[in-house]
Design a protein around this ligand. Structure first.
Ligand SMILES: [Zn+2]
Length: 458
């Protein structure tokens, strides 16, 4: 691979560490807990000021919830791609407070790690993007080689309830050739990774009902129906004996993995023995080789999250439950649509257990960017240039993020390159970002923009 010629930029970035840390600490000292509405206004103005200092033309755009912050820097070079960078400035609550070694909004460095709420998720990574942009811009005499737009939201930790609507109503503002995000941790091997998609989600609760109250299982057992058995029977019928989902049409829209997908599954490092040991399972309980990732990334699931009803406390209590419920999630893959899967589930339940109530709790579309996107190789080589490590190509997370807001609504590829350490402890106490990951993130952001300037937008 040809070098990007950025060694001088990387050296300058390393030399500027103290300045970057000072800026990041200011962001981390400002609470911005979305679910409690704490510090959002202060945080969004601080972020806007920092963006303007770098040269962004900014707007704070109100939504039904917390505001979106938009910024834009256009390149003077012609015919260069526009990169839309997504991130979030809100954080999770800090409880349990007494489990923190240092206070969550008083950032401190211990043993090479920056400790604070938001250090990894997502302020440290968001700030690395901004500083990477600044470093590249300064190096190039105030010019960027590509057009850059940023959209930062304040409700990601609330499940991004307004993101899709915002994207729908601001398509012109957000018009771009690709979306680039850094959130989450690097691969567990320590290598960086490029993530090309997420699975979707459908979450439901099913309830079978019997008598109007719990009954004595001796006085009533026999003549009276038990809804727990009805529910178990319904669940049993939802999968065949190989574990395939037996809901009619469930797999109709599942896209088969491409040749590139399969090659990627096979190349992702997997130490089955150590994964199994870390989970307290036998290696034989996990699929081997590329099947592991194929199941995780390219196949949907029908999962029982929990079953309850009747008596589940200590000791014994002899009852026939009045009702029994199950909470289930389905992780969906392209091109499954949670609305369509919900209809198919309802049809299945009506047919086999007409009395069972169904409640839809949440849903999210799957999203996938092709591994053969023209932006994939330049980003991969930029990541390698900046980190001196071969990135892991990750066709999809098993988990769910609102990525479809970009890939479906804007119709553009979306690639996620996480910068945080695997043990960032986000959402928990002692959240942290390794200083070296922060620096690598800044270098990577600069390298990605430089590398993308060599792609001609279509
Ligand atoms: Zn988070």
């Amino acid at each position: 691979m040809r070098s990007l010629g950025l060694e001088e930029v990387y050296a300058r970035i390393d030399a500027n560490l103290d300045e970057y840390l000072e800026g990041l600490f200011e962001m981390l000292s400002q609470p911005s807990i979305s679910t409690l509405g704490i510090g959002i206004k202060e945080m969004s103005s601080l972020l806007q000021r920092r963006m303007e200092e770098i040269g962004f033309r900014t707007q704070v755009i109100q939504s039904a919830g917390h505001p979106f912050i938009f910024g834009e820097i256009s390149s003077n070079a012609r015919n260069r791609p526009t990169v839309l960078i997504y991130g979030h400035y809100d954080v999770q609550p800090v409880e349990p407070l007494d489990a923190w070694v240092s206070e969550p909004f008083k950032p401190t460095i211990r043993e090479g790690r920056i400790y604070a709420r938001g250090a990894g998720d997502n302020k440290g990574q968001l700030y690395a993007q901004l500083m990477g942009i600044k470093a590249l811009k300064d190096f190039r005499g105030g010019e960027l080689p590509v057009n850059v737009k940023c959209i930062f939201e304040g409700e990601e930790e609330n499940g991004s309830p307004n993101l899709e609507g915002f994207v729908k109503t601001h398509k012109d503002l957000l018009k771009a050739d690709l979306v680039y995000t850094s959130d989450g941790p690097v691969h567990e091997s320590g290598r960086p990774m490029l993530v090309f998609g997420v699975r979707g989600l459908l979450y439901v609760e099913l309830t079978a009902r019997g008598a109007k109250r719990d009954l004595h299982s001796g006085n009533w057992g026999g003549p009276v129906p038990n809804p727990a058995w009805d529910l178990v029977k319904l669940l049993e019928g939802m999968r065949d004996r190989n574990g395939r989902v037996a809901i009619k049409g469930f797999y109709d829209d599942v896209k088969r993995p491409t040749r590139s997908d399969k090659a990627a599954f096979a190349r992702i490092p997997l130490n089955r023995a150590s994964v199994a040991a870390s989970l307290g399972l036998k290696p034989s309980q996990l699929p081997a080789g590329q099947r592991f990732y194929e199941k995780l990334m390219a196949e949907p699931t029908l999962n029982i999250c929990g079953i309850y009803g009747g008596y589940t406390g200590k000791g014994s209590k002899t009852v026939i439950p009045a009702s029994a419920s199950v909470k289930m999630d389905m992780r969906l893959v392209p091109d499954q649509d949670p609305e369509d899967i919900y209809r198919k589930l309802v049809r299945h339940v009506r047919l086999h257990s007409p009395g069972v109530l169904i409640t839809k709790m949440s849903s999210s579309l799957p999203s996938r960017t092709s591994l053969d996107s023209p932006f994939a190789a330049p980003i991969a080589s930029a990541v390698k240039d900046a980190t001196k490590m071969e990135p892991v190509i990750y066709p999809s997370l098993g988990a769910t993020l609102p990525d479809s807001a970009f890939t479906r609504e804007l119709g553009v590829p979306s690639i996620i390159v996480p910068y945080a350490n695997i043990d960032e402890g986000n959402h928990g106490p002692n959240e942290n970002l390794k200083v070296e990951n922060f620096l690598r993130g800044i270098r990577t952001a600069a390298a990605v923009l430089e590398s993308l300037s060599r792609v001609t937008p279509s």
